[in-house]
Each structure stands twice: as C-alpha cells, then as structure tokens.
Design a protein around this ligand. Structure first.
Ligand code: HEM
Length: 219
C-alpha cells in the first residue's frame, strides 16, 4: 500500500505519495465529468453542457461509466486512508472549537492529525454518497432488470440519486474552496506531493510532530 508520508531530504514534507495523488485525481476528474453531465440532465437550462461535452448521446452513455470509475476511486481512497479517517476522541474537541476555524483563528484550534475532522467528514460523505449514487444509478441505468414486484426501487432511485448528488456538490464546493483558496499550499500537495514544514506544523501539528519524532528515532 501507499508508503507513510515522511520528511524529505530537501527540508519539505511528503504529504501525498504518487499513488495517493493518482487515486485522488482519478476520483476528482471522474467526479467533475459526472457533475457536469449530471447537471446537464437535471435542468434544461444546463443542457448546453452536454452539447459542449460531445452531445447528449455521448454524455448519457459515458455518465454511468464515469460513475463506476468514480466509485472505484473512492473505494481505493477507502483502502489507503480508511484507517486514518476514523474518528478519535480529540476530534470532538476540534468540532467544539469549529467557530474559531470558521473565523480563521487557527491558533485557537486544537492540533490536527494527518486529516482534520472536517476532512474526515468529507471523506465519509463522498464514500457513503458515492456508493448510494452508484446503487441508485445502476437502477436508473438498467431498469429493465428490475422485476415488476420491486418497482418501488425505481421510485426510490429517482429520489436518492439527485439527493446524494446535491450532498456531494455541497461537499465538493467546500472542498475545492478550502483546498485552493483558503489553505494556501494545500493544492500543491495534491500536484507535487509535498508541503513546507511550516505548513505541516501549522495545519496538522499532531501529524508533523509524529513525523519529527519518528525521524529522530531512526537517526
Ligand atoms: C477537482 C477538484 C478537486 C480539487 C481542486 C481538490 C483538491 C484537494 C486538495 C488541495 C487536497 C489536499 C488537502 C490537504 O491535505 O489539506 C485534497 C485532498 C483530498 N481530496 Fe480533493 N480535490 C478535488 C476533488 C475531489 C473529489 C471529487 C473528491 C472525492 C472523492 C476528493 C477527495 C479528497 C480527499 C478524501 C482528500 C484527503 C482529505 C482532505 O483533504 O479532504 N477531492 N483535494
């Protein structure tokens, strides 16, 4: 599996290995395609997106397959990050102090591990909603295989699919805003893989201190 992040010889910190970045962008790019084509199917006002993306037929054909790719990406994320995303007792303190986080008073926040509780919430949100989107999407994709006696499943799928999509859109907007505009340096970590020591210490103090301790034990 992916190697543990470590302190690099150039004085920086490896936050995401190549494997982790690859999986992240597999999920992110497939999600972007799902988002755009899904919005095109959802509202006639947005149908032009499907035209821009190659036409209605191609968008309709590829949307479910992109869904399969997205869920594979999310399941791979679960395999590499699932353990680190579990809730810890320290997370409760972090949530209790969320007001400081929102007001950008980072110095008043309890120290975070490799992933802070907000990032954990995003992870579980994408995992649960991704699976529900796939299950409801399968029913919408292949309705001919749903027996007549189970036709309520079709109605359920028509409701579950857009609700879960809207939930992921909310997560996605917050995630992209946080990762690009709010936490300077975070975006480079999913491109190049590394962050400065100051960034790691500031945003993920518990994690960074653990890396420093481990590296001094090895020396
Ligand atoms: C295309 C838009 C996206 C951008 C610009 C983006 C950006 C980022 C950035 C900058 C990080 C590193 C954050 C940090 O370590 O502090 C990150 C991590 C992560 N991303 Fe994305 N991402 C995108 C799409 C997605 C999608 C669609 C998913 C859904 C599966 C996702 C799931 C995650 C997860 C689980 C992490 C690790 C925990 C976290 O930072 O929230 N990302 N992403």
């Amino acid at each position: 599996m992916s190697p543990e992040p470590y302190l690099l010889p150039n004085g920086r910190v490896l936050r995401y290995s190549f494997h982790e970045r690859l999986v992240h962008w597999l999920a992110a790019i497939s999600y972007l395609y799902l988002l755009l084509t899904g919005l095109a199917f959802w509202s006639p006002w947005l149908f032009w997106i499907a035209i821009v993306l190659g036409g209605a037929t191609i968008s309709r054909e590829l949307h479910p397959w992109a869904g399969v790719v997205f869920v594979i990406g999310v399941l791979l994320m679960y395999r590499m990050w699932g353990k680190q995303m579990k809730e810890t007792p320290a997370d409760k303190e972090w949530w209790a102090a969320i007001g400081h986080y929102i007001r950008n008073e980072d110095d008043k926040m309890p120290s975070a591990d490799r992933f802070n509780p907000g990032q954990k919430l995003l992870f579980w949100g994408f995992l649960v909603n991704g699976i529900l989107l796939l299950l409801s999407g399968l029913i919408l994709w292949l309705p001919q295989y749903i027996p007549w006696g189970l036709r309520f499943l079709r109605l359920t799928a028509v409701l579950v699919h857009p609700i879960c999509a809207l939930l992921t859109i909310a997560l996605f907007i917050v995630h992209v805003y946080m990762g690009t505009a709010m936490e300077r340096g975070a975006f480079a970590s999913v491109i190049r893989g590394d962050v400065s020591r100051a960034w790691a210490d500031h945003h993920h103090h518990t994690w960074y201190q653990q890396l420093v301790r481990e590296s001094s034990v090895k020396k």
